[in-house]
Write a protein that binds this ligand. Structure first.
Ligand code: SF4
Length: 491
């Protein structure tokens, strides 16, 4: 039986130093390597890893990185019942995240009975926040690691295999945690499957804002920009692997570079990405209204590679509520930005996030949000009923509405949005646009689909000769379904 000869029950600096060495991946002199996964043909058998991802694109991206980090020893599987390792990548932005986690861990009990050797790890924002508590809850978790500690996973697995008790690694790192990149890097995309036309590239981590409802600054720490050289390198690799569209990710992408020395602006980064040969389209999410400057507007409207779609969170149309949310812009500023974009690009798609039922939100505040929706005509919005996140300022505020009251407002807002989206989609019928082909239509053999720059999905209703994934195709929109467009090629 392979075993680390260290005494795990031992307390004091010596044991801590040993654990730190292992966790840092420096290597444990007392660990002997397992040969249990080496079958008689000499080829190591790869085990199965299943990652369940909750939450935002940042978490999706972290899961991709985890597949990459683990690829030496693990292959992705679609079903936890085939897995030797299950990772739960948690989100603390939505409602009741801990409950969701613990109910999922409850489901894992049966799995443990079927597969006694299975290992279960918890990561993401809830892991960062709760750390050791998750282990102490006694739900059979083998290890916990935070949003800054992805690269420690192999060490955590090895420690556990060698008989160490469950560990939590949730320390913050001030520097950017760049993972080694190889040309195989971008094989891993969503769920660890084949290379994709769209590549997601992180440009920053954490957030320096302090919106009163948001837990992200606590779970992901202060904002750290990644070096532009590293970003450019990853973009080039993505293009080499067949990606044509780059989506830059950050909590507030447009404050990128302010912490770098020398300082850099988000627009300067966009210029560098746009200059990479083979990049056809650039998207980014999400810009913060407070940080939008004229150079950003000028670049977005004029660079042919930047898609004419901006996702800009509004959260509320009432200045009083924006103040309570500690969102450092006001409704007028938000509307002026929209105007500066749409006056130059009338078909600029704008999508947003809205919170309904924030503590203290009166009927009049809510009507003001509906009013902004009517003025802006958002192409789509992601709306939520407020739910307090423990540890945030908003959690200590008095809630003025019952849950039913919040849901009533949410339904009204979503019905309004549906009507607006309906009109925005219909307005495309009869127009021409360009589609980046990114997938096969699952319902019709030989047919393809992709997005127009404004991010609406267009389905190719008939087979297209000579088009493959990654091609840009000029199309005419001939019709629409509930949420998608129907297109035909323009010869
Ligand atoms: S800008 Fe506000 S809502 Fe967005 S991540 Fe930062 S604190 Fe959270």
């Amino acid at each position: 039986m392979p075993w680390c000869s260290s005494d795990w029950g031992r307390k004091g600096p010596c044991a801590r130093a040993h654990l730190q060495r292992c966790l840092m991946g420096i290597g444990c002199p007392t660990v002997t390597t397992s040969d249990e996964t080496t079958p008689s043909d000499g080829e190591p058998r790869k085990q199965g890893v299943y990652i369940r991802t909750f939450g935002c694109q940042m978490n999706e991206h972290d899961s991709q990185k985890l597949f990459k980090i683990l690829e030496k020893d693990y292959v992705p599987v679609d079903d936890p019942r085939q897995a030797d390792l299950v990772l739960i990548n948690t989100c603390s932005v939505r409602e009741k995240p801990e409950q969701k986690l613990y109910s999922m861990l409850g489901e894992m009990k049966g799995l443990r009975r079927e597969r006694p050797g299975i290992m279960i790890g918890v990561c993401g924002c809830v892991a960062q926040q709760e750390g050791e508590k998750i282990i102490k809850a006694g739900r059979g978790v083998d290890f916990v690691f935070g949003t800054h500690n992805l690269s420690l996973v192999p060490s955590l697995i090895q420690l556990r295999k060698n008989g160490a008790p469950p560990q939590a690694a949730v320390s913050y790192r001030e520097e950017w945690e760049d993972l080694p990149l190889g040309f195989a890097e971008l094989d891993a995309t969503k769920n660890g499957k084949a290379a994709h036309v769209t590549a997601f590239v992180s440009i920053s981590r954490g957030c320096n804002k302090s919106c009163s409802y948001c837990i992200v600054p606590t779970t992901r720490g202060p904002e750290v920009s990644r070096s532009a050289d590293e970003i450019e390198r990853e973009v080039k690799l993505a293009v080499h692997r067949g990606s044509r569209e780059i989506v830059l990710l950050g909590q507030t992408v447009n404050s990128y570079g302010l912490d770098l020395s020398p300082r850099m602006t988000f627009v300067q980064l966009l210029e560098r990405v746009a200059a990479v040969p083979g990049v056809e389209r650039i998207r980014f999410t999400s810009p913060h209204p407070q940080e939008i400057r004229q150079d950003f507007v000028d670049f977005v409207v004029s660079c042919p590679k930047v898609c004419h779609h901006i996702h800009m969170p509004l959260q509320s149309g009432s200045d009083r509520i924006l103040r309570l949310m500690n969102r450092n812009y006001r409704r007028d500023r938000y509307l002026r930005i929209i105007d500066s974009l749409r006056s130059r690009v009338p078909d600029m798609a704008i999508t947003t996030d809205i919170i309904v039922g924030f503590p203290g939100e009166t009927d009049d505040d809510f009507r003001q949000t509906l009013e902004v929706m009517d003025i802006v005509q958002f192409d789509n919005s992601y709306s939520y009923a407020f739910s307090a996140r423990p540890g945030t300022k908003a959690a200590a505020m008095d809630e003025s509405l019952t849950q039913e009251g919040k849901l009533e407002r949410l339904q009204e807002l979503q019905a309004r949005q549906e009507a607006i989206t309906d009109g925005r989609l219909s307005a495309w019928v009869g127009r021409e646009s360009e589609v980046l082909v990114d997938n096969h239509n699952r319902l019709r053999d030989g047919c393809l689909q992709g997005r127009i720059p404004q991010n609406f999905m267009a389905n190719f209703d008939q087979p297209y000769e000579g088009l493959s994934l990654g091609s840009l195709a000029k199309v005419r929109i001939t019709g629409r379904k509930r949420f998608t467009l129907i297109a035909e090629p323009v010869p």
